[in-house]
Design a protein around this ligand. Structure first.
Ligand code: ZN
Length: 222
């Protein structure tokens, strides 16, 4: 089967949060056609997927949600199980309990299969080594290694882009501002563990991280 590679087409791994929404608009500036893909892995906050869908609808982006609930069956974790609380701080050793073995590897592999079917060779993901929270599969070396593996596995020229790899939360806000989408990212994305869009509940670890990044951005760049 020969699939023609379209160099103007890109697939974005999209969750409807601050990081992946910034990546979505980063991709929209660079590629003629952008498709967003979310994963349903039984996350506690189903609202996350609705939020992702709503952003795509509003900004005319083709949207797909792929079922990966199998992941939760394999590896119970704090992102999916109501009875496991998300670790507030990174543990001294090992990975935090919000880390799901193989999650990014699986997500990226499925996205690659999807992208090839769509004839796209660009894949964009919002992983970052700078705000490295102990996730081994968010590191640059993993993404580069995976890129080679995917190309060999499917005999296809994927190019994985990671616009946030070396920037922190404040610089991610700056990137959104530079792209002219600061208000969209501020008002339409969902980061809050309590499922509140935009500024969120203001109290959960995700909200605090987001707010601190925003304040730092305002302090440094505004
Ligand atoms: Zn919150």
């Amino acid at each position: 089967m020969n699939i023609e590679v379209n160099k103007d087409k890109a697939v974005v791994v999209f969750s409807g949060g601050q990081d992946s929404t910034t990546c979505l608009f980063w991709a929209k500036k660079r590629f003629k056609e952008v498709i967003a893909v979310s994963f349903d892995y039984g996350q506690k906050h189903k609202f996350e997927l609705e939020c992702a869908k709503a952003i795509c609808k509003k900004h005319n982006v083709e949207y797909h949600s792929l079922d990966l609930t199998l992941l939760n069956q394999l590896a119970p974790n704090s992102l999916t199980r109501q009875d496991i609380e998300v670790d507030k701080d990174s543990p001294k050793e090992g990975t935090p309990n919000s880390f799901v073995d193989g999650r990014n590897l699986l997500f990226m592999s499925f996205v690659a299969v999807f992208a090839k079917q769509k004839g796209a060779n660009h894949i964009i993901t919002g992983v970052s080594q700078s705000d490295f929270s102990g996730y081994p599969d968010c590191r640059d070396v993993f993404i580069k290694s995976l890129n080679v593996t995917l190309n060999l596995a499917m005999d296809y020229q994927f190019v994985i882009h990671t616009p946030l790899m070396w920037i922190d939360k404040a610089e991610t806000w700056k990137l959104a501002d530079d792209l002219g989408v600061l208000d969209i990212v501020k008002n339409e994305t969902l980061t809050c563990y309590n499922g509140i869009i935009g500024n969120g509940c203001g109290d959960c670890p995700a909200c605090k991280l987001r707010k601190n990044g925003y304040l730092e951005f305002k302090r440094l760049y505004k």
